[in-house]
Design a binder for this molecule. Structure first.
Ligand SMILES: NC(=O)c1ccc[n+]([C@@H]2O[C@H](COP(=O)([O-])OP(=O)(O)OC[C@H]3O[C@@H](n4cnc5c(N)ncnc54)[C@H](OP(=O)(O)O)[C@@H]3O)[C@@H](O)[C@H]2O)c1
Length: 320
């Protein structure tokens, strides 16, 4: 094992960041063994350092540059979310020679070229497994498929909308289903990102960009909101042996790739039809690899932390 420990710093210590910190505390031996060297979490930057949190014994600062400027930190994990200040902080991390791991689908989907270029210029790793599919290793999965010609990618990429669809089937109104999703912590207080399809569009943009090897912008994804879907529509679908699910679809035509997210009918007994909550399902059809399916927990602190730690471990192995 390499003797010098690899230092890691967190930007953000909310649902996901706290789960990452707890995982570092609970399973450091396992992480070190997988990484082939000692990996240590050295601190976290937050907005409000006085807030109580379930993140173990970790050094907390209100200044992200205390993490970015720490010479002991080689890997920065960004779990703040949103476009700014995350984008500027990620660029600052590369400028300071740090490797970057992020769960932030919005900044990756919008700033694909700038972030990849910053990583390339700095000879550093940019990893974002947790940005799509939570614990499901679908980012790595599609990256391993460089030779295929994709035909269709379809998936459930957003747990909030799957939960709402499943409640509509039980006769609950859209408004009540949304309130339930918020009470369970699935939907954010401002549910626009989930219900109007921005979240699914960011994730679809990332998968298509990986498959095409160039940026497919999230604003090229046609979005239809779930908000006008009713319990009556769900009942009518059920009478046809179908279920409504909020699907993300990429159609890789000969001339142009067309992407959409919105409510569509799927067979009730399909993997998508049977999903009721944060389970994500991603199916890829291609010429050489036929039909590949990934499925599993697409959200939640621990599931997302699993993907983040896998990225940190992969970086530690490259640096060995
Ligand atoms: N939650 C999930 O299940 C899930 C799944 C997959 C991916 N993700 C992604 O993971 C990221 C984090 O999500 P989350 O659910 O953990 O969010 P969250 O609970 O809202 O946590 C955000 C964290 O960022 C901190 N923060 C906000 N602005 C900051 C700033 N300017 N400087 C430093 N820290 C700042 C907050 O500090 P305070 O604590 O002091 O407010 C908080 O600790 C997002 O990109 C999200 O899309 C989440």
């Amino acid at each position: 094992m390499t003797t010098k420990p690899l230092g890691v710093g967190l930007l953000g210590l909310g649902t996901v960041g706290s789960a990452v910190a707890r995982a570092f505390a609970d399973r450091s031996k396992r992480v070190d063994a997988a990484a082939g060297r000692t990996v240590r979490l050295l601190g976290a930057a937050v907005r409000d350092p006085k807030k109580a949190r379930d993140a173990g014994d970790i050094k907390i600062t209100g200044d992200p540059f205390e993490i970015l400027d720490d010479p002991e930190i080689g890997v920065v994990i960004e779990v703040i979310g949103g476009h700014q200040p995350a984008f500027d902080l990620l660029l600052a991390a590369f400028e300071r020679g740090k490797h970057v791991v992020t769960a932030n689908k919005e900044v990756i989907a919008k700033e694909w070229d700038a972030l990849h270029e910053a990583a390339r210029l700095g000879h550093r790793e940019l990893r974002f497994e947790a940005a799509v599919g939570g614990a499901v290793p679908v980012v790595r999965g599609v990256m391993e498929l460089g030779a295929i010609r994709p035909r269709v990618l379809r998936g459930l990429l957003n747990g909030t909308t799957t939960y709402i669809c499943s409640r509509l089937e039980s006769g609950v109104s859209f408004g009540d289903a949304l309130k339930e999703a918020q009470a369970k912590g699935y939907a954010e207080p401002d549910p626009t990102n989930d219900v109007d399809g921005f979240d699914a569009a960011y994730k679809l943009s990332i998968l298509v960009s990986l498959l095409e090897g160039r940026h497919f912008r999230p604003d090229q994804v046609r979005r239809t909101s779930l908000s006008s879907t009713t319990a009556a529509a769900a009942a009518a679908a059920a009478a046809r042996g179908a279920r409504i699910r909020y699907l993300a679809v990429a159609d890789f035509g000969d001339k142009a790739t067309k992407c959409r997210v919105g409510p569509e009918e799927v067979p009730a007994d399909s993997l998508e039809g049977r999903a009721t909550g944060p389970t994500n399902v991603i199916t890829l059809e291609s010429d050489m690899a036929d039909r590949l399916v990934w499925s599993g927990p697409g959200a939640g602190g621990d599931a997302t932390a699993s993907a983040i730690l896998a990225d940190v471990i992969a970086i530690a192995r490259v640096m060995r």
